[in-house]
Design a protein around this ligand. Structure first.
Ligand SMILES: [Cu+2]
Length: 487
C-alpha cells in the first residue's frame, strides 16, 4: 500500500516534472522567437507600425512632368520668370491611391542637369533621385522614368535633388498625395503648399543664390510668403464641411508656424504618416520638408465669417491665407479621425546605446566661403564623388541615432527612405506620438531618434535648408546587412 502509494506519488511527481519541462521549454522557445532583450521589446512595439513591402498587383498611374523655364502671372498679375514643372508653380499635385503604382516621365528642358527626389516616399533606392548616388543627373534635353509603388498613404512632395538651392527656389516642386485605399468621406481634400520668395524690387526671383549671408544664417528666407503660389490664398467653405487640409513646407529655409486656433482643427498626420491619435493643432512648426495633415470641421457658428490663418514663427506675424465661410450650412460627415494606434512609444529607447551620431557645424572655406559639415566632413561639389566611409545601419534592427547641433543655426535633418521617431531632446525623454522624416534642430540642440530601417539601399541624410545642403551638409547611410550573403 505504502509502496503503491509511493509509486503513485512518483508517477505524479514525474508528470509534474514533465509538465514543468514542457512549459519551461515552451517558454524558452517562445522567448527565443519573440525575445525579451531591450531591442526585442522595442522591435515588438514597432511591429506592423508601417508595412515593409509595397502592395502588389495594383494598376499603374502614368504622369508626364516637363521641367522648363516658364513665365507665370503671380503676385497681383506681375509676370514672374520661373523654372516650373508643367509650366506652373507650384507644380501639379499628383494623386494616386494606395495600391497603385506610379510612373513619372521627367523631361529636362532646363539649362542645368536635374533629378526628382520623392520626399518621404519609401521608393526603391534607384528611384530616389540623388545624382551621383542613385542615378546620374539627367542632362538638359534628357529624360528619366521614375517608377515605384508607394508603401504608405499620405502627403508627400517632390523636388530636384541637384542644385536644390537654385532649382527649388526658382519654382520646381510639386506634391504627391497617396490617398488611403478607401478614402474617408471628407467634404474636401485640400493641399496648401507653403513657400516664400526672395524677389528683387523689379518683382523677379533674386538670381543671387547661395550668398554668404544665406549660408551664415538659416538659408534663403524670402520677402513674399505664398500658399499655393498666391500671396492671397482664400479657401471658400460652407459651415459643416469637414476638410482634410494637407500642409507642405517647400521653402528653402523658412520655418512656418501657422496658427489654426480660430478653427476646429486637429493634426492627424505628420510627414505623411498618421499619428497615434488626433493631436491639438496648436504650436506646430513646419520646417522645410515637413508636412502636416489637419482634420478641420467648419462649425455652424462660423457662417459668414472670414478667418485669417496667421504665421507666428517670426517675431512679426504675417497673414498666410484666408478661410471664408459662406452663409450656407451642409451636414458634417461623421467618422472618427484617422489614426495609427501602432505608432510605438519607445519609452525605453533611451536605455539603448547610440548606434550613429551626426554632429552639425560649419567652418570657413569651400566654394561658397562657408562649408556646412556633418561629423567634420562637407559633401563635395557637384561633379565630385562623395568620399566615405559612411555609417551602415542593419535592416530590421532598432537603432538609436543622435543629431548634435553644435552650431547656432537651424537644421531640419531629413533622412531619405526611412521614418524615425524623436525619443529625446537635449537628453530629456520626449514622446512624440508620430513618425517623422525630417526633424528641426534648433541652436545647439541634441535630438535622439529611434528608427528601424526597413528599406535597403544607400540613402541621403542631410539638412533640408537647401543652402546648408548645397554648402556640404549631406552624408549617406547604407542600409544593408553586415553579412553580404544575406543580401
Ligand atoms: Cu542646416
Amino acid at each position: 500500500m505504502l509502496k503503491s502509494s509511493s509509486a503513485g506519488c512518483y508517477v505524479a511527481l514525474v508528470r509534474v516534472l514533465q509538465r514543468t519541462i514542457i512549459l519551461t521549454t515552451t517558454a524558452f522557445f517562445a522567448a527565443a522567437a519573440f525575445g525579451n532583450t531591450l531591442e526585442d521589446r522595442l522591435l515588438r512595439e514597432f511591429h506592423e507600425a508601417y508595412p515593409k513591402e509595397a502592395p502588389e498587383g495594383g494598376s499603374e498611374r502614368a504622369f508626364e512632368l516637363r521641367a522648363a523655364p516658364a513665365t507665370v502671372g503671380q503676385f497681383d498679375g506681375r509676370r514672374l520668370d520661373v523654372w516650373a514643372y508643367e509650366g506652373r508653380v507650384p507644380g501639379p499635385v499628383l494623386r494616386v491611391r494606395l495600391g497603385e503604382s506610379v510612373r513619372v516621365t521627367l523631361t529636362n528642358d532646363l539649362p542645368q542637369p536635374t533629378t526628382i527626389h520623392w520626399h518621404g516616399v519609401r521608393v526603391p533606392n534607384a528611384m530616389d533621385g540623388v545624382p551621383g548616388v542613385t542615378q546620374p543627373a539627367i542632362p538638359p534635353g534628357g529624360s528619366f522614368v521614375y517608377r515605384f509603388t508607394p508603401k504608405d498613404a499620405g502627403t508627400f512632395w517632390f523636388h530636384p535633388h541637384h542644385r536644390g538651392s537654385e532649382q527649388v527656389e526658382r519654382g520646381l516642386y510639386g506634391v504627391l498625395v497617396v490617398e488611403d485605399r478607401e478614402p474617408l468621406p471628407w467634404s474636401r481634400d485640400v493641399v496648401w503648399i507653403l513657400d516664400d520668395w526672395l524677389l528683387t524690387p523689379e518683382g523677379q526671383i533674386d538670381p543671387r543664390f547661395n550668398t554668404r549671408h544665406d549660408l551664415a544664417h538659416d538659408g534663403r528666407w524670402g520677402n513674399v510668403m505664398t500658399v499655393n503660389g498666391s500671396s492671397d490664398e482664400t479657401l471658400e467653405v460652407r459651415a459643416g464641411e469637414r476638410i482634410r487640409l494637407r500642409l507642405v513646407n517647400t521653402a528653402n529655409g523658412r520655418v512656418f508656424a501657422p496658427d489654426f486656433s480660430e478653427l476646429d482643427a486637429k493634426v492627424i498626420a505628420v510627414d505623411g504618416m498618421y499619428a497615434a491619435r488626433p493631436l491639438p493643432a496648436a504650436g506646430w512648426e513646419l520646417a522645410p520638408g515637413n508636412r502636416l495633415d489637419l482634420d478641420v470641421t467648419i462649425q455652424p457658428g462660423e457662417r459668414g465669417r472670414t478667418i485669417r490663418i496667421v504665421d507666428r514663427f517670426t517675431r512679426r506675424p504675417f497673414p498666410l491665407a484666408t478661410v471664408r465661410v459662406l452663409d450656407e450650412t451642409v451636414p458634417t460627415p461623421g467618422f472618427a479621425s484617422p489614426a495609427n494606434p501602432r505608432v510605438p512609444r519607445w519609452a525605453d529607447g533611451l536605455r539603448a546605446s547610440v548606434a550613429a551620431e551626426y554632429r552639425l557645424n560649419a567652418r570657413a572655406g569651400g566654394e561658397h566661403g562657408i562649408e556646412w559639415m556633418i561629423n567634420e566632413r562637407a559633401w563635395p561639389g557637384h561633379d565630385q564623388s562623395p568620399v566615405g566611409p559612411f555609417d551602415r545601419l542593419e535592416p530590421g534592427r532598432w537603432q538609436r541615432v543622435r543629431f548634435v547641433n553644435e552650431s547656432f543655426r537651424l537644421h531640419p535633418m531629413h533622412v531619405h527612405g526611412q521614418f524615425f521617431k524623436v525619443i529625446a531632446r537635449n537628453g530629456a525623454p520626449v514622446d512624440e506620438p508620430f513618425f517623422r522624416d525630417t526633424v528641426l534642430l534648433k541652436r545647439q540642440e541634441t535630438v535622439d531618434v529611434g528608427l528601424v530601417p526597413l528599406d535597403w539601399g544607400t540613402w541621403m541624410l542631410h539638412c533640408h535648408i537647401q543652402e546648408h545642403a548645397e554648402a556640404g551638409m549631406m552624408t549617406l547611410i547604407e542600409v544593408a546587412p553586415a553579412n553580404p550573403t544575406e543580401r
